[in-house]
Design a binder for this molecule. Structure first.
Ligand code: FYU
Ligand code: NI
Length: 341
């Protein structure tokens, strides 16, 4: 196994395309070009910056989500622990430091071995799913917090707006792939997505142990598309196609968007699901420490009752056939989540 040092030494920023969302909403002459740009980014980098989405999610809303998230994480640990993450099927609730073990290993044994060497991720998180899923209620904070009601309504509103972005991006992908623009509409209706609030606490000088400890270990995402809202702290990195890591510099007013493994599988490897991690940010404070980082991830998945079969146009004839069998979206997600907790 490669030595565990210098994991974090990315000198360069990834040059990811900026793709505006608005043209995908409008059916303007630019729509086809933007859709092609979107698909091309998913095929090459697997990551992009989304811009021009204010008509769906205004900046004040994002600010409110960050404020409410910080308020939540500032609650006493015992209050948060009442809402403890309830298992891979529901995938809702609070995970304290070290509870989730992101990894490149896909089995519990593999994840365990890797973790003995590098220690736990320096993060805590809170997951919210769609409302009204049979047997899987959201775990909302209720007792002892003045902001509990506003927290809940803010997150519910934000959840639905992010769901709309998922639908629009999948329409872009369909258009660029030569499918009917509405091809994916029947896969994004229920919205079996996960809103994850993330807090990476302040790290004292030396806390990253020379690059051996990370805020989130290297992994690829599981579902179709991930939307990531990050603050200005930095530390997110993507894997370069020829190895090594590149920084994803925070750009204000953008959403970092990446494709997940299920979209790769769906497209017969046409779309790339790029590995990423969150490590020590490039510029420490003068004392060598780092302030806290907050981010908001929205993991989009095809509706859990749908089967995912390799898409038309990606496998026929000289494309060499289907590399993957059909898989149920919900089963796939539960299996991936089971390996990391
Ligand atoms: N939780 N989907 C992911 C993920 C975590 O892709 C999810 O629901 C990755 O860290
Ligand atoms: Ni991720």
């Amino acid at each position: 196994m490669a030595p565990m040092i210098d994991k974090q030494n990315a000198k360069n920023n990834a040059s990811l395309p900026l793709i505006p969302l608005q043209p995908l909403l409008e059916s303007s002459p630019a729509t086809a070009d933007i859709a092609n740009g979107l698909l091309s980014a998913f095929q090459t980098e697997g990551f992009l910056y989304l811009t021009d989405f204010q008509s769906v999610i205004p900046p004040e809303m994002i600010e409110k989500v960050f404020t409410q998230s910080a308020g939540f994480f500032a609650l006493p640990l015992k209050t948060k622990n009442v809402l403890e993450w309830s298992g891979p099927r529901a995938n809702r609730g609070y995970s304290s430091l070290g509870q989730e073990k992101n990894s490149l290993a896909s089995t519990k044994e593999g994840v365990g071995i890797e973790r003995e060497e590098i220690g736990d991720d320096l993060k805590e998180s809170f997951e919210i799913g769609r409302e009204k899923e049979e047997g899987c209620p959201n775990l909302w904070p209720v007792n002892g917090w003045d902001e509990a009601f506003i927290f809940r309504s803010t997150m519910q509103d934000f959840f639905m707006r992010c769901k709309e972005i998922h639908k629009l991006l999948m329409r872009g992908v369909a258009l660029a792939m030569g499918l009917n623009e509405a091809f994916f509409d029947g896969f994004v209706r229920t919205g079996d997505n996960t809103l994850r609030l993330l807090h990476y606490p302040e790290v004292a000088p030396g806390g990253f142990a020379g690059g051996k400890r990370v805020r989130a270990g290297a992994h690829s995402d599981y579902g179709s598309i991930t939307l990531l809202f990050q603050d200005s702290r930095g530390g997110l990195q993507v894997e370069h196609p020829s190895g090594g890591w590149l920084n994803v510099a925070p750009i204000e007013g953008t959403i970092v968007v990446n494709a997940g493994d299920l979209l790769t599988r769906w497209t017969n490897d046409l779309i790339r699901s790029t590995k990423h991690q969150v490590v020590e940010p490039p510029s420490p404070r003068p004392d060598g420490g780092h302030p806290a980082r907050y981010s908001i991830a929205y993991f989009c998945n095809p509706d859990f009752d749908r089967n995912i079969e390799v898409l038309p146009g990606t496998w026929e004839g000289e494309k060499g056939g289907k590399k993957y069998t059909s898989v149920n979206s919900g089963d796939y997600l539960v299996q991936r989540l089971s390996a990391t907790y």
